[in-house]
Design a binder for this molecule. Structure first.
Ligand code: SF4
Ligand code: SF4
Length: 338
């Protein structure tokens, strides 16, 4: 049977247990001597309600939840010589993505005026910042993070009140150790990712070097080119003399081909009248594609035919002397046939 409201009762019992435990634990810590700042618990440990006597007893660093965010801070790596290696490269991405546009960055330059990937000035107008954390999400160098500090009240004179909202590098910069204390899980995850990336990069470089070494070894172990091998299997560059001889042979060949073409054109031009004369006959379409040999054979056949006709005519004239012989007509026929 399902009991409705069982979870509600369970939750109420848990609250009652925590309430009672708070008194029991606090009584144990104080030794029954009343309240004290030292005895109050600032970290939630499931043995009672977590309390602090604020503002006399501030929350210790790292005691808040990691994702608690107030204002951005800039992280620098502490060098062994005490120098601050600021992670920010002044790329400007955070300034671009900031919704209320409250970030200003000035990039550093060297003596020659060349830009250096460091911020010369970095300003955040904390009066405008809406604590969204987008700048930290988009920073590709883990250089900007959200700080936990919430005690931001200005207590100076009135004139400096507005300037106090402008946070420069002096207020924004925090060491990596501070970030590790306030964001232990996030810092550990980022360090692990950085380490993995560095190792992957190193492995890639080593693989590249090994491949280059193997290639060099294979090239060294390869057999020397065989002098007796056929010419085509050995790709050797041509000497100048060989190139000149090849060029000369090519030019000679080209000249021969040109001479042949010119001779063929001249022959075609000389036989053009007979071709045009023969255009009246049925052989006109074939003339344009006939070779000189074909033309000569055709001419010879035509002459032979004309001779036969002439012989037939003469024979006919001899058989009938009355019939008038017309050599002009015969000549015309012969010419026309040719
Ligand atoms: S904090 Fe990050 S995103 Fe912003 S300028 Fe520096 S490196 Fe670029
Ligand atoms: S937390 Fe948001 S509003 Fe504030 S500086 Fe970053 S991006 Fe801008």
């Amino acid at each position: 049977m399902k009991l409705y409201g069982a979870s509600v009762v369970k939750g109420l019992l848990y609250t009652l247990k925590t309430f009672v435990n708070t008194y029991i634990e606090d009584f144990k810590r104080m030794g029954g001597k009343g309240t004290s700042f030292e005895g109050s618990r600032t970290v939630y440990d499931e043995k009672g309600v977590c309390t602090v006597m604020y503002p006399e007893q501030p929350m210790p660093v790292g005691s808040t939840y990691e994702r608690f965010r107030v204002l951005p801070m800039l992280i620098y790596d502490e060098q062994p010589n005490g120098e601050k290696d600021v992670r920010c490269t002044s790329c400007g991405i955070c300034a671009k993505v900031c919704p209320p546009q409250c970030i200003w960055i000035v990039q550093e330059t060297d003596a020659s005026g060349k830009p250096v990937p460091k911020p010369q000035d970095f300003q955040i107008d904390t009066a405008v910042c809406m604590n969204c954390g987008l700048c930290t999400e988009f920073c590709p160098f883990d250089a900007i993070k959200m700080d936990h500090k919430f005690e931001l009240t200005y207590t100076g004179d009135r004139d400096g009140r507005y300037d106090s909202y402008l946070y420069g590098l002096d207020k924004l910069l925090q060491p990596t150790s501070y970030y590790a204390a306030t964001h232990p899980q996030a810092n550990a995850a980022e360090e692990a990712a950085r380490l993995a990336e560095a190792e992957a990069k190193k492995a890639k470089e080593e693989a590249k070097k090994a491949a280059a070494a193997a290639k060099a070894a294979a090239a060294a172990a390869a057999p020397a080119p065989d002098d007796d091998a056929p010419e085509k299997s050995v790709k050797k560059p041509m000497s100048d003399e060989e190139k000149a001889a090849l060029k000369e042979a090519a030019q000679k060949k080209a000249a021969e081909m040109l001479a042949k073409k010119q001779a063929a054109a001249a022959e075609a031009a000389s036989s053009e009248p007979s071709d045009s004369q023969g255009a009246a006959t049925d052989e006109k379409p074939a003339k344009k594609v006939m070779t000189p040999e074909e033309k000569a054979a055709l001419k010879e056949a035509a002459q032979k035919k004309a001779a036969e006709l002439l012989a037939q005519k003469q024979a006919a004239a001899e058989a009938s002397p009355e019939a008038p012989a017309d050599p002009a007509v015969q000549d015309d026929k012969v010419e026309g046939a040719v």
